[in-house]
Ligand binder design. Structure first.
Ligand code: C5P
Length: 237
């Protein structure tokens, strides 16, 4: 049983503000992507990490990873990504060697996920679940709205019961054949799927949730960078 991790890191990160592609921005002096690769490599179950770089940035990403040492048992491949997250994930899956049977898909934008969370996802897949997502209950109440023009009030359509909702994180873990089947059969329009498990759900396969972790939050907006720096400083103290 061999598990690989695919890290889509080809996003521009426009919501974070102007600057380098999100995955290449520094956290505690080290690029976010390097933190994310190390977070996967820390799991003894992961023997290969495939990093999906911006389409024109594979050489730069390769160079960056060569400068930051990883555990010896971990191989790292770098492949160019696509226009959508989904295309980037597909490019990563296509690069996997034939002996890989299960895969983790992990956002470069979640650099601080603890190894225990990674291990619990891997364990659930190895125990037979075809698709596993780490997730947390929500603090906020969520409303469904009729999206309007930016800045205009939006009518509320409904309020799902909060106790039944979960905010989903990564790494998401899959039996590789199950995920490949979803990529081959599920057509997604526009920006593509925001979540790999969502594609698997649409093939009729049951996805299960395991507990996520607060520190697996996604670095999306400028405030998230402040939080990430604080988490790192606390770990180093
Ligand atoms: O934009 P969002 O925060 O949802 O991106 C999640 C992850 O998907 C990020 O790690 C980002 O780099 C990656 N991504 C990608 N290729 C794209 C768009 C996003 O690899 N075309």
């Amino acid at each position: 049983h061999r598990t690989a991790a695919v890290i889509p890191a080809a996003g521009r990160g426009v919501r974070l503000g102007p600057g380098a592609p999100k995955a290449l921005r520094a956290l505690g002096g080290t690029p976010m992507l390097v933190h994310a690769v190390r977070a996967m490599a820390r799991s003894r179950a992961v023997s290969l990490v495939v990093v999906v770089a911006p389409p024109d940035g594979a050489a730069e990403v390769r160079h960056l990873l060569d400068e930051h040492p990883l555990p010896e048992r971990t191989d790292v491949l770098v492949v160019p990504g696509g226009d959508t997250r989904q295309e980037s994930v597909r490019a990563g899956l296509d690069a996997l060697p034939a002996d890989i049977t299960s895969v983790l898909i992990h956002d470069a934008a979640r650099p601080l996920v603890p190894v225990d969370t990674v291990d619990s996802v891997v364990e659930a897949v190895r125990d037979g679940a075809p698709a596993v997502v780490p997730a947390l209950p929500l603090a906020d109440t969520v409303k469904e709205v009729e999206p309007g023009r930016p800045g205009e009030p939006e009518p509320v359509l409904g309020t799902p019961e909060r106790s039944r909702l979960r905010a989903v994180q990564t790494p998401q873990g899959f039996d590789l054949k199950t995920l490949l089947h979803a990529h081959e059969t599920i057509a997604v329009n526009g920006e593509g799927a925001t979540d790999d498990a969502g594609m698997v759900e649409r093939t009729g396969v049951t996805v299960v949730v395991v507990p996520g972790h607060e520190e697996a939050f996604k670095v999306t907006r400028p405030l998230d960078l402040v939080l990430a720096e604080a988490v790192l400083a606390r770990r180093r103290a």
